[in-house]
Design a protein around this ligand. Sequence first.
Ligand code: ATP
Length: 318
Amino acid sequence: MTEAWRPDDDEDRPRRGLPGPVKVRVPAKVNLHLGVGPLRPDGFHELNTVYQAISIHDELTARRGDTLTLTMEGEGTGELALDESNLVIRAARALAEHTGMPAHARLHLRKQIPLAGGLAGGSADAAAALVACDALWGTELSRDELAGIAAGLGSDVPFLVYGGTALGTGHGETISPILARPVTWHWVVAIADSGLSTPAAYRELDRLRAEYAAPPPLRSADALLAALRGRDPARLGRALGNDLQAAALTLRPALAETLKAGEAAGALAGIVSGSGPTCVFLATDATQAEGIATELRASGLCRTARTAYGPVPGARVC
Ligand code: ATP
């Protein structure tokens, strides 16, 4: 645990109408608490979640152009469509529509956040596109305005506009920052060989609940919030919780082995991140995190394991 970034340290508003290129870094997220309520008539589940942005980043570069184009490199290259379905393009179009600007930009994505990993990579890229195009076009929207557009793109997108540690309610899109005294938490992120579909994980949870085969739903996030305030990693480890974990484990039973291996390597606790299949482990410090990552890589139970820390800022021009 070390002194760290504070949410209001870097109110680095996007710079006015840059000629480009504009480079934006955006983090992945983990859910320290993910309470999933019943399915609502609008097709969303009611969520009560605590997000934390961690130091695994995608990078989006925006240049001036006559049309809207997207290229990419890194994680998911060749798998991810770069057409109108891509969240980067959808976000740029949503900002253009909101501001009345022509949707003209040449966008290039460097992806490190694994695809369909439960780390909200697509949502992160959407948040990056909003911030990058806002700077490139000089539209100068506030973070709150960008988050308002973000909410129409996906449940996790508003959080990734802000970053830090925050409570998410509604279907995750209503964000309340958690202003605890700044602390850095150290994580190990075990990345699986292939992704898991978020809708499939929610459907599996609904099925388990209908058959009374799911663990009781998490209660409020109060214990987790108190642990964050207490700055005590052991207490935070005990308070981590994810209602979707049972669903991820029935869809991908091998994740139980990954969780066991991380804890055997000394992690304070391990948890499936969001809808999985990425598993995240809390470590006492950066050195211990390195040791756990090394053991997990050697175990062969995951494609790779990386260390990360949080909280970090959301999508920012760099
Ligand atoms: P979450 O944690 O928010 O449930 P995830 O991390 O499990 O998300 P993502 O990597 O965000 O999963 O991808 C989910 C799906 O979104 C992908 O399978 C892909 O079809 C779609 N998608 C659209 N644009 C992107 C993008 N830029 N990056 C990743 N996925 C994208």
